[in-house]
Write a protein that binds this ligand. Structure first.
Ligand SMILES: Cc1ncc(COP(=O)(O)O)c(C=O)c1O
Length: 409
């Protein structure tokens, strides 16, 4: 039995037929352990006030909760200073912040942005908007059939005019782990800044942003056992210092006069408005949980589950895996299609067996188009998944075509 499963109340619940959910949509969001639920409830029961605003003890306590969460995140990702860690509401907001603030203030007409074709829309559409506004252009780093970016692509596409490279550490469609080291090495030769979308990597592997030398690195709390509504932006201090604010208003100012304002130092400069302290506290508790389990152990466990998942999917007739077939350099995200069956129909039939997978285009339409598929089903594992969850998926999939193609229930 999985040693983590019973820490997750939602996963323990059985329906009226006595079935637990086989939750295999962890790339979309993860379930929350009791420790996270307790930490958020305790914050609201004992320490809730508006941070950075009150002179009274409770507000000071809320401020301490927010700042100690920031420090925990700093240590977890290996950032040098807590000031380099900015709270946002999501990875999407973090990427928009970089595109609107850094992109709009530093890109010039004729500059080039290199974006991996495998990016989630959150690391692609903001660059389209910035490129259009600044008369820059976007060039795509195309992947091979398995979803990997060949090194020749880095060499030919990241060149003299390239000012910025946007690439995910791990793909939410194929599970491929991109060599961020190689991307950064290439970007350095032309002086380009690298924006790494770590939304699918931080939850599943050890990440050290300083060792990587990433310029910007973003992720979301809800994909790593934390609450929804909290995102993180890490940025190198000198870049964050130079950038204009993104959201203007309360909390991010120094002085405001009738016609002009000056802005707060980092990180508050980028944290306009009341912050989600309860969410940050929940993220800190999630990091404690992941640290206790150990990221290396989590990665090894997920590797074993992924190998099992691939193996069981191979046993399903007419199933084709989209992305790499092996377990090297990947996370536990596996996309697949079943011949003659629409992914939404497949997911709906799996749901009848209380199995949750994602179906659709995974917010990566250009990538699916590049891979030559309309949509896929996607199973994604986390530390609380069991081989039994995967067995249930494989057995249910074997019945899907009987249903859809032959009409036999
Ligand atoms: C690779 C990747 N980037 C960005 C995002 C956006 O995350 P959020 O919706 O939490 O902003 C996702 C979410 O699915 C993702 O998988």
């Amino acid at each position: 039995m999985n040693e983590y499963l019973y820490d997750f109340p939602l996963l323990r619940q059985a329906d009226d037929k006595g079935r637990r959910i086989a939750y295999l949509d962890n790339a979309a969001t993860t379930q929350k352990p009791q420790a996270v639920l307790d930490a958020v409830a305790a914050y609201y029961k004992t320490s809730n006030a508006n941070p950075h605003r009150g002179a009274y003890d409770l507000s000071v306590e809320a401020t301490k909760s927010l700042e100690s969460a920031r420090e925990k995140i700093r240590a977890f990702i290996g950032a040098k200073k807590a000031e380099d860690v900015v709270f946002t509401k999501s990875a999407t907001e973090s990427l928009n912040l970089v595109a609107q603030s850094y992109g709009m203030s530093s890109l010039a007409p004729g500059d080039r942005i290199a974006v991996a074709i495998s990016e989630h829309h959150s690391n692609l559409v903001p660059w389209q908007i910035a490129a259009r506004a600044r008369q820059a252009d976007i060039t795509y780093l195309y992947t091979d059939e398995a979803g990997r970016i060949p090194s020749a692509e880095l060499k030919s596409k990241i060149s003299g005019r390239t000012k910025l490279v946007a690439v995910a550490h791990a793909s939410n469609v194929t599970g491929v782990i991109n060599s961020i080291e190689a991307v950064i090495e290439r970007a350095r030769t032309v002086g380009a800044v690298v924006v790494v979308d770590g939304t699918q990597s931080v939850p599943h592997m050890e990440v050290d942003v300083s060792a990587l030398d990433a310029d910007f690195y973003v992720f979301s709390a809800h994909k790593m056992l934390g609450p929804m509504g909290v995102g993180v932006l890490y940025g190198k201090e000198h870049l964050l210092q130079e950038m204009p604010p993104f959201l203007y208003g309360g909390d991010m100012i120094e002085y405001v006069e009738e016609q002009e304002s000056t802005f707060a130092p980092l990180p508050q400069k980028f944290e306009g408005g009341t912050q989600n302290v309860g969410g940050a506290v929940g993220l800190a508790a999630a990091i404690d949980y992941l640290d206790r389990a150990g990221m290396r152990k989590i990665q090894a466990l997920e590797r074993e589950l992924t190998a099992y998942l691939l193996d069981r999917l191979h046993s399903v007739p007419h199933l084709r895996i989209i992305g790499p077939d092996g377990i090297e350099d990947r996370i536990g995200v596996v996309s697949f299609v079943l011949k003659d069956a629409h992914p939404h129909d497949v997911a709906t039939i799996l749901n009848a067996d209380r199995i949750a997978v994602r179906s659709g285009r995974h917010c990566a339409q250009p990538f699916l188009h590049h891979l030559g598929v309309q949509s896929t089903c996607r199973a994604s594992v986390y530390l609380y998944n069991t081989k039994e969850d995967i067995d249930r998926l494989a057995e249910s999939l074997k019945g899907v075509r009987r249903w859809l193609v032959h009409g036999i229930g």
